[in-house]
Design a protein around this ligand. Structure first.
Ligand SMILES: *Cc1c(COP(=O)(O)O)cnc(C)c1O
Length: 415
């Protein structure tokens, strides 16, 4: 038996190291559907608490929306539970085609290909389209799944500093002689909630005949007046060549993702992207529900409008309460605490006040930039937001950080 006593002990030591470095990830068991208010068992085995959820990607409140649940039931009843096949063998139903067409129309692109997740879309898209002799030039802070996808591709990789257009220009210049160049960015960066300057990115890309790929996972459904994403927000809907995005966040939050873009590029993914060819089809349940979500989003902008109002209201109130937040326009609001232990302690105290938020610190964010990341949702009501702000005020007062800027907090708590 290879898995000897010694080997078990060695692996257990690795886990112990993770714990000792303070980076061990605990989970909480949720006993209710995902919503603004959830029932949580934490720590494991404890009495369940009802808490307000301010850390889900349930931006539009569709995760347990009755119409979405009903559409999921319809998918189950009419098309069954599973496909037991990949797409190109016998895993494509009419509703898969319908969803692809709906995504194409919603995003304003030419064609769309579904993947089991956006992680898979990102894992497949680069290798399918680019190769030796090409250059992939990406923002320093892109999502881990893009980084992994780029690693699987034989093209040269280059990084430009976060949102630094001068640096992007230099890096494109350095790869002028390549066959093709593609600029890669997140539309909304999930840790800071900041938006990539897509208009400038498209302008710079044009100077060098570079394609533009945007991962809009934290934008699809709610950024832009019609919720189409960052390309709508920056009015560059015809200038972004490839969008990858997820159905696992605002669009119902189950799972699934896609590559949407220029017809030929999507076709290359259909022919060559390995997660599309070698992983199972998205379940009819999810396809049916996601179709309904896109219909709802096309019928009315009510939910993204409410999310925008909630975000503006929270940002105003939390600043008035004396907390130090990163400015921005997205429903991702980082309450900056800089010190990792402080972020952890405050998140725990917030939980005791009935508000579920999580402290983020190195290596998820850079050293010295610890924070509590708050995420707003259209499922939140004003009263929920007021309760969250009041809890922050109380907990912030307890820790003596109200009204302090970065220097004030760092002087008090260190890094
Ligand atoms: C969440 C996220 C993903 C992964 O999406 P899944 O569909 O859950 O795999 C990919 N990219 C970005 C930017 C994300 O935020």
């Amino acid at each position: 038996m290879a898995y000897s006593h010694e080997m078990r002990a060695a692996f257990a030591d690795e886990i112990k190291e993770i714990k000792e470095s303070g980076l061990f990830k605990e989970k909480r068991f949720i006993h209710s559907p995902q919503d603004a208010e959830i029932e949580v068992e934490y720590p494991e085995g404890a009495e369940k608490d009802r808490v307000l959820n301010f850390c889900a990607n349930n931006y539009l409140g569709f995760s347990s929306h009755p119409e979405v649940v009903q559409a999921a039931h319809r998918g189950l009843d009419e098309r069954g539970y599973g496909m037991s096949s990949v797409r190109f063998i016998c895993g494509t139903q009419d509703i898969h085609r319908e969803l692809q067409d709906k995504v194409t129309a919603f995003l304003g692109m030419e064609d769309t290909l579904l993947f089991p997740s956006c992680m898979d879309a990102n894992a497949g898209v680069f290798e399918a389209i680019f190769g030796k002799g090409d250059a992939i030039i990406s923002d320093r802070l892109i999502h881990a799944s893009l980084i992994d996808g780029i690693r699987l591709c034989k093209a040269d990789r280059e990084i430009f500093e976060h949102m630094d257009m001068g640096d992007l220009r230099n890096k494109l210049e350095a790869h002028r002689d390549k066959r093709r160049r593609v600029v890669v960015t997140d539309g909304v960066f999930s840790m800071d909630g900041d938006m990539a300057p897509l208009r400038e990115i498209c302008d710079v890309a044009d100077e060098f005949d570079a394609l533009v790929l945007v991962d809009d996972s934290h934008a699809t459904g709610f950024i832009g007046k019609k919720g189409r994403g960052t390309h709508e927000f920056f009015d560059v809907m015809d200038r972004v060549d490839i969008i990858t995005t997820t159905f696992g966040k605002a669009l119902g939050g189950a799972s699934g993702g896609c590559v949407s873009g220029r017809r030929e590029l999507v076709e290359l993914c259909r022919q060559r992207a390995r997660p599309y060819l070698f992983s199972n089809s998205v379940s009819p349940v999810i396809v049916s529900a996601t179709i309904r979500v896109l219909e709802l989003l096309t019928e009315t902008t009510e939910r993204r409008d409410k999310l925008e109002e909630n975000t503006a209201y929270f940002r105003k109130k939390i600043a008035e309460a004396g907390l130090n937040v990163r400015p921005g326009d997205t429903p991702i609001v980082p309450v900056m605490l800089y010190n990792a232990k402080l972020a952890n302690d405050m998140a725990r105290d917030m939980y005791a006040e009935g508000i579920y938020v999580i402290g983020f610190f190195y290596p998820v964010v850079p050293k010295g930039e610890a924070r509590i990341r708050v995420q707003l949702s259209a499922a939140h009501e004003k009263a929920h937001i007021d309760k969250c702000v009041e809890a922050f005020r109380k907990v912030g007062e307890k820790h003596g950080i109200l009204g302090l800027d970065e220097k004030g907090i760092v002087d008090k708590y260190g890094l």
